[in-house]
Design a protein around this ligand. Structure first.
Ligand code: NAI
Ligand code: MG
Length: 503
């Protein structure tokens, strides 16, 4: 195929090369298949811009096959008659498969997305398998309740919790395997069947999981279908499909709105995890030895391509210069390079398109009078999609870099001089998004008061980027509908039925 060979560890290189050369396949109805029309998507290593694999480009006809397989598996298959314990065991096995192949997945993820291998090993892959382990336990704990209606005569009422049915799931490219886990695990634990569409920019880990599901798990055919394709060609037909009962989507707010429209045809249920513009607020009494590395991590983890990234820094003017000098020094020391280099601390952006988009924001920040404290440029002498950690000061609330989601390593710092909590919270809440925020202070009362005032689904106090399967995750306002993780993730995939008997 004449493709570029990436730098993988010697032990795994042959296995990964064999997988990439072997034309990864879609998983539809229990079988690994090519797209019917035969289309392929080039997969590039963002560190070199070279093509490292080609994966199937699923289109409407493939989506239809996958949805029909999921429909049949839900309506007639052994899956719906399986005990909750057996279902939980299968969900658990997906976690075991990922943990057993953890290093291979970490390398695939780094190659495909560009993220530092150290991050994939420490975050993406463990969160992915731990999500399956956590959700596996929920399969046996789904329960309704008994109720006491105030109606004449004696009645007996209870609720049944039932799986919503066939679920279409569309995921983005920033945490490819982890996003797949957040979607698949609760849906399967609830008893749904699934068609998962991976992002066109990062299909490799999902298709490898598909292959391992066929080889190492015993799911009945059609319960899990995994496809790759473009948004309009494959995502849109999935969102509009009349045999799909529910769509779960993570991605941009603009596409989230298209999903809502597409779902209207059969009023399928919808949950959305969309964009963000998280504030991080540093009070004058904050422990700067913790806040400096914390804000730096919040801003630049995963190249800043995170919906909860700390993108708006608000610091009290009495500590603004010290904090920003510290964050700027730390940012300038971040080692930017190819993700597969074990010493790399920040990799390239995911694609040429994302680099173009984020660089456009850097230009816009400059044009609108922002001052670049550090970064702002790429790496010389490489074709990869690199951008150094970039910090703007001299910003005001009307600038595009303060208002819009950038989704890259670009953050904006502003000083405040009045620590009045309502006014500060109003500034933090001055965004159409409401996904996350962090607050840095040693005053516990201030911390918890701010937690109440901020309109966001996640508030971190003296930390940022803490994720765990028990913590509900999702957005207020235009950051989305519903919550992933925790017990609430199950709710996304369950219907409630009220049963009443006159006695
Ligand atoms: P996107 O929202 O277009 O893509 C996310 C997923 O949706 C992909 O699987 C894509 O194939 C699919 N998709 C795209 N158009 C679709 C359609 N019409 N119907 C159904 N599915 C569709 O995001 P993209 O283009 O990769 O990134 C653009 C911006 O979106 C980023 O710069 C960032 O601001 C935001 N974003 C936010 C994410 C989050 O986690 N909240 C994740 C990815 C992107
Ligand atoms: Mg898009």
């Amino acid at each position: 195929m004449n493709m570029h060979t990436p730098t993988l560890t010697p032990k795994l290189a042959p296995a990964i090369a064999a997988y990439l050369d072997g034309a990864p396949k879609l998983l539809i109805d229990g079988k690994l298949v090519s797209a019917k029309a035969g289309g392929l998507i080039d997969v590039r290593d963002p560190a070199t811009a070279q093509v490292v694999a080609r994966v199937p480009e699923a289109q409407a006809e493939d989506i239809d096959d996958a949805v029909r397989a999921a429909r049949k598996a839900f309506d007639d298959g052994p899956w719906s008659r399986m005990t909750a314990a057996d279902r939980g065991r299968l969900v658990h096995r997906l976690g075991e498969i990922i943990e057993r192949h953890a290093e291979e997945f970490a390398q695939l993820e780094s190659l495909d997305n560009g993220k530092p291998i150290a991050e994939a090993r420490a975050a993406d892959i463990p969160v992915a398998y731990n999500t399956f382990y956590y959700m596996a336990g929920w399969a046996t704990k789904i329960a309704g309740s008994t109720l006491s209606p105030s109606v004449p005569g004696e009645v007996h009422s209870y609720t049944l919790r039932e799986p919503v049915g066939v679920v279409g799931q569309i995921i983005p490219w920033n945490f490819p395997l982890m996003m797949a886990a957040w979607k698949l695990a609760p849906a399967l634990a609830a008893g749904c069947t699934v068609v998962l569409k991976a992002a066109e920019d990062t299909p490799l880990s999902a298709l490898r999981l598909a292959q391992l599901i066929v080889e190492e798990a015993d799911f009945p055919p059609g319960v899990i279908n995994i496809v790759t394709g473009y948004g309009e060609g494959a995502g849109a037909p999935l969102a509009a499909h009349p045999l799909v009962d529910k769509i779960a989507f993570t991605g941009s707010t603009d596409v989230g709105k298209l999903i809502v429209k597409a779902a209207a045809g059969n009023l399928k249920r919808v949950t959305l995890e969309l964009g963000g513009k998280a504030p991080t607020i540093v009070f004058p009494d904050a422990d700067l030895d913790r806040a400096i590395p914390g804000v730096t991590l919040g801003s630049f983890f995963a190249q800043g391509q995170v919906c909860v990234a700390a993108t708006r820094i608000y610091a009290h003017k009495s500590i603004f210069d010290r904090l920003m000098q510290g964050v700027s020094d730390a940012a300038a020391k971040i080692k930017v390079g190819p993700g597969l280099d074990p010493t790399t601390q920040m990799g390239p952006l995911v694609s040429a398109e994302q680099l173009r988009r984020v660089s456009g924001y850097v230009q816009s920040g400059r044009d609108e009078g922002g001052q670049v404290l550090t970064g702002g440029d790429g790496l010389p002498g490489t074709d990869g999609y690199f951008l150094k950690p970039t910090i703007f000061t001299n910003a005001n609330p009307d600038m595009r870099i303060v208002r819009e989601e950038i989704f890259g390593p670009v953050v904006v710092a502003q000083a405040f001089d009045d620590s009045e909590l309502d006014a500060l919270a109003a500034e933090a809440n001055n965004t159409e998004y409401g996904l996350a925020a962090s607050v840095w202070t040693q005053n516990a009362g201030v911390a918890h008061k701010m937690a109440r005032r901020i309109k966001a689904g996640t508030v971190w106090l003296n930390c940022h980027h803490v994720f765990d399967p028990v913590l509900p995750f999702g957005g207020y306002k235009q950051s989305g509908w519903g919550r992933e993780n925790g017990a609430q993730a199950l709710e996304n995939y369950l219907e409630t039925k009220a049963v009443t008997m006159a006695l």
